[in-house]
Ligand binder design. Structure first.
Ligand SMILES: Cc1cc2nc3c(=O)[nH]c(=O)nc-3n(C[C@H](O)[C@H](O)[C@H](O)COP(=O)(O)OP(=O)(O)OC[C@H]3O[C@@H](n4cnc5c(N)ncnc54)[C@H](O)[C@@H]3O)c2cc1C
Length: 278
């Protein structure tokens, strides 16, 4: 089989997808696609090419059954511009290859992330890692936004003063804030991209990285739509039930009460969604 070419991916190659106020994600290149996944899988089964319907079935089967290695045969290279605090979370996904702009070599641009007013919120009362969903006063949101911008301007002005005095760039940059934008090339295979998207699209992930994960998902499905359809079905929108939750499910299906209480019940009900439970 020759190179896998996805017409939809070809259309968006090099196109910048805007994220946050100044960031973007751009697909630089890709290797493989749906066809490569089935091709690689069939090598292990020793069978030839089949119809599209059978290919779709095979991709679903592989994903459902954790037969993950054929998905590693698809590789993406992205160019991403993102605030440093998002990059700090992103870089924890170690199964990728990264090349980042160097603040020792280059002068960093005055491009800093300022959250939109609607995204400025108080600390969540029940989630130590998140922001409150309660409405915050616009007055407070404006004050916070102005304070953040002032801090950014001061830090960047001082950076300029140090550069002008010919202080080494590697030192001049050390007080620049986490809101400063950085850029990198990020190369990852589809198996690990799925993991990144699953973790970073989760409501527990920070809103800013979630926005990037959404765009990465949109781009990824242009390269291998069938694999993404299977991922959405079997991984992204699926969940794992614990042993006790399975027993609760059986109880409910048998017309009984779930048999869970307190926090375990809350967690279980959250997984099931908005319907009322007995
Ligand atoms: C909502 C959220 C909150 C988080 N909060 C924190 C936090 O407070 N502090 C913090 O430090 N991190 C935090 N993380 C990061 C998290 O712990 C993971 O490091 C990150 O999500 C990357 O996941 P990963 O290790 O599966 O990905 P990858 O690094 O891409 O690895 C993929 C898989 O490869 C295997 N692997 C990779 N490297 C190794 C290795 N060295 N040894 C063995 N197996 C390996 C593992 O099976 C791993 O699951 C958070 C993540 C999320 C999504």
């Amino acid at each position: 089989m020759p190179h896998c070419v996805s017409p939809e991916a070809e259309k968006i190659l090099d196109k910048k997808f805007k994220v946050l106020d100044k960031g973007f994600v751009r697909l630089v290149d890709y290797l493989g696609g749906d066809g490569r996944i089935v091709q690689a899988a069939r090598v292990s089964y020793g069978k030839g090419t089949k119809t599209l319907r059978e290919d779709k079935g095979l991709i679903g089967y592989l994903l459902r059954n954790d037969h993950t290695s054929p998905f590693e045969q698809v590789v993406f290279t992205f160019h991403i511009k993102l605030p440093i605090f998002v990059a700090r979370q992103w870089i924890r996904h170690r199964t990728a290859r990264v090349n980042e702009i160097s603040g020792r070599y280059s002068v960093m641009n005055e491009e800093l992330y300022v959250p939109a007013l609607k995204h400025i919120a108080l600390q969540s009362e029940n989630n130590k890692q998140g922001r409150s969903l309660k409405k915050t006063s616009v007055k407070l949101q404006k004050e916070v936004q102005a304070l953040l911008e002032k801090g950014q301007k001061d830090a960047y002005r001082n950076y300029g003063i140090l550069l002008k005095s010919n202080i080494a760039r590697e030192l001049a940059r050390i007080n620049l804030p986490l809101s400063l934008y950085t850029e990198w090339y990020w190369q990852i295979d589809l198996h690990n991209l799925f993991r990144f998207i699953k973790l970073r699209l989760d409501p527990h992930a920070q809103l800013e990285i979630r926005e990037y994960a959404e765009v990465v998902h949109t781009i990824g499905e242009k390269v291998c739509p069938t694999a993404f359809e299977a991922f959405d079905e079997h991984v992204l929108n699926a969940t794992i039930f614990s042993k006790s939750e399975m027993s609760a499910l059986r109880n409910l299906l048998g017309g009984k009460e779930a048999g869970l209480e307190g926090k375990p019940f809350e967690r279980f009900a959250k997984k099931l969604g908005p319907q009322k439970l007995p």
